[in-house]
Ligand binder design. Structure first.
Ligand SMILES: [Zn+2]
Length: 444
């Protein structure tokens, strides 16, 4: 069924019910109601959930409950018995099985209309091109390093939104939604590339991952039992006479006992209570207690962030949702600015240029060399993981030099791109400074 531009909004809704939102004509979608756009998004949005742990399980379930139909889940871990209290897609029969595969199976069984694939692999094992297929990536990873890696990948595969059919209110895709837990607190950050702060912009706001406290507090005036444990770990352990054992093994009972005894002594000297073997173990493991409630709220907030992308509205400018469960229930949305000096999304990290399709590759290189932002010297240009021109090493320079005389319309055609595209995303590396920039090249 084809919806003409004469249809009113209620008629569009009726047509959507008959034929499905995917059947709507582009001109209808540009003027349709948010309800129709949401239906379109539920059927068409490609969503990847990275991590099928506490946040991932809840995000998958909430996304399926919201009606999103195209899901992919990625996780390298297997289900452990200790996961079962808060990773609610698994049962004791799943212990030892792949989290991603079991999570996909559980969603399939509960939501038969949902198309979901599971990949038993780490995020780093997947080719970067894999991430290009998604409109939204929900991250439930548990380290800052994994977040930074995923953030960089998003900016590697980022593409401008040119279609009026796009249901997501973002200028670039994919959008990264990052969920995180710390004790009774949860955070959800929506990263719309080049519009809201990326992970690298807000790196200072993440807790110290090594679990280290400021040394002046540890050595000077400890306030909490954790400070005493850190003192025993960071100051007393390295100063022991017995240097045969260098690093602490949190699973070694003798090491635990040694740290516990020294931490107890220090705590007693400062009148601090609460040093226990369980706390010593938690501090040494750098583990943070997690509750099923916190991960359920945070996972659901990730799914809510996806629906917000479709609805748009006032929350778009407050990309950080924070949940605090220690003193009752408190949820807040925070506005944070992008960091202009950010090496991933700051100005100058991505540049857009409009050129003729007939421009030769050598002319493009001349343009890059005199561009006021790029100032490239000996640029190397890669498109879709294929070299367009490599200035080093000599062998690749010789192999790609024939491209210099070819027009761009000839270069950007392949089996997977049979037509000259309107725009391409290039990686341009300055061979002298070894810096890489993303170039959005619009072909006219
Ligand atoms: Zn940034």
């Amino acid at each position: 069924m084809h919806a003409s531009s004469a249809h009113s909004a209620p008629e569009l809704l009726a047509h959507a019910d008959d034929a499905g939102p995917a059947a709507l004509a582009p001109e209808a979608l540009t003027r349709c109601t948010t309800d129709v756009r949401m239906k379109h998004a539920k059927s068409n949005l490609q969503i990847l959930v990275v991590g099928a742990g506490a946040i991932g399980c809840e995000a998958l379930r909430a996304l399926a409950l919201c009606g999103f139909r195209n899901l992919v889940v990625l996780d390298r871990d297997t289900v452990a018995e200790s996961n079962l209290n808060r990773q609610t897609l698994y049962s004791s029969a799943d212990v030892g099985a792949s989290k991603a595969l079991r999570a996909a199976q559980a969603i399939k069984e509960r939501f038969p209309g949902c198309t979901i694939r599971g990949y038993w692999a780490s995020a780093e094992q997947m080719p970067v091109a894999f991430y290009r297929a998604f409109d939204v990536i929900v991250s439930g990873v548990d380290t800052v390093e994994a977040r930074r890696w995923l953030n960089t990948v998003v900016f590697h595969v980022v593409r401008p939104v040119t279609s009026p059919n796009c249901a997501v209110q973002s200028k670039y895709l994919p959008v990264l939604i990052d969920g995180g837990l710390e004790g009774l607190a949860g955070q959800v950050r929506t990263i719309r590339p080049y519009e809201t702060p990326c992970i690298e912009c807000i790196l200072d706001l993440f807790p110290d991952e090594a679990g280290r406290q400021p040394l002046c507090t540890i050595a000077g005036t400890p306030l909490r039992p954790e400070h005493c444990i850190h003192y025993a770990q960071a100051v007393l352990w390295p100063a022991r006479d017995d240097q045969a054992v260098r690093s602490i093994d949190p699973e070694n009972p003798e090491h635990l006992e040694w740290i516990y005894t020294r931490a107890q002594e220090r705590a007693a000297a400062f009148g601090i209570e609460g040093v226990t073997t369980a706390l010593v173990k938690a501090v040494l493991h750098r583990s943070v207690p997690a509750l099923a409630t916190t991960s359920a709220v945070t996972g659901a907030a990730c799914a809510l962030a996806v629906t917000r992308l479709v609805w748009g509205g006032s929350h778009a400018q407050c990309p950080w949702t924070s949940f605090h469960g220690s003193d009752g229930l408190y949820i807040d949305s925070i506005f944070i600015e992008r960091r202009l000096s950010c090496p991933v999304c700051g100005p100058g990290s991505a540049v857009a240029i409009s050129v003729s399709k007939n421009m030769l590759v050598k002319e493009l290189i001349e343009l890059l060399e005199r561009h006021p932002v790029l100032h490239c010297r000996s640029p190397t240009i890669v498109w879709d993981y294929r070299p367009v021109y490599m200035s080093v090493p000599q062998s690749l320079k010789a192999a790609t030099s024939p491209n210099l005389e070819r027009p761009l319309s000839d270069i950007f055609i392949s089996d997977s791109h049979p037509k000259v595209p309107d725009q391409v995303v290039l990686s341009v590396t300055d061979t002298d400074t070894r810096t890489c920039k993303t170039l959005h090249l619009f072909l006219t």
